[in-house]
Write a protein that binds this ligand. Structure first.
Ligand SMILES: [Zn+2]
Length: 175
């Protein structure tokens, strides 16, 4: 059986639940992620779904072959953080930036795409950890919108000033 590449794998903190997808070409191709130059934030676009349900959707793509999609992390409305893809492998979420970014998908209660406070708290904690591990700056924390112009994550595209305020709450290394 094919194995993922464990070399250079970074172990997440214990507040992250690792539930890796099985290797499959639709959501976890097992391709190397040689460098990380940024993190891309998404919304799942499917209101009311949990992190576990979205992980199952990714996993089932191995059978359904519906599309190619996955993210390294899923954050639930209750603040749960699930890791689906190891940090040294690519996920399928951010188009041209799949090859050098980590992807985080966030769940949301309704069509506005606004995240719960629990989700924001976990997103902040996870981003602060990734910023430290990869030595990232504010310009490296992207919305999917910043990569492709897609309305994702919807609330932070429609409320760009709140995205800027959110970035200001993160902890970046001193220049
Ligand atoms: Zn997206």
């Amino acid at each position: 059986m094919q194995q993922g590449n464990n070399e250079g794998e970074i172990t997440p903190p214990d507040w992250v639940t690792q539930d890796l997808l099985p290797l499959n070409e639709y959501s976890r191709p097992g391709e190397d992620l040689p460098q990380v130059n940024g993190v891309v934030v998404h919304y799942v676009g499917n209101p009311g779904t949990t992190a576990e349900q979205n992980r199952s959707y990714y996993a089932n793509l191995a059978e359904t072959h519906e599309t190619y999609v996955s993210s390294h992390f899923l954050i639930g409305m209750d603040g749960t953080i699930l890791q689906c893809v190891p940090l040294n492998e690519i996920s399928y979420c951010s188009n041209d930036r799949n090859g050098d970014t980590i992807a985080i998908e966030c769940c949301h209660p309704d069509e506005t795409g606004q995240f719960t406070q629990e989700t924001i708290n976990s997103l902040t904690r996870l981003l602060n950890w990734l910023i430290e591990v990869y030595d990232l700056g504010p310009e490296d924390i992207l919305r999917h919108y910043d990569v492709t112009g897609k309305e994702c994550p919807r609330y932070f595209v429609q409320h760009a000033e709140e995205w800027e305020e959110f970035l200001d709450t993160l902890t970046f290394p001193a220049p």
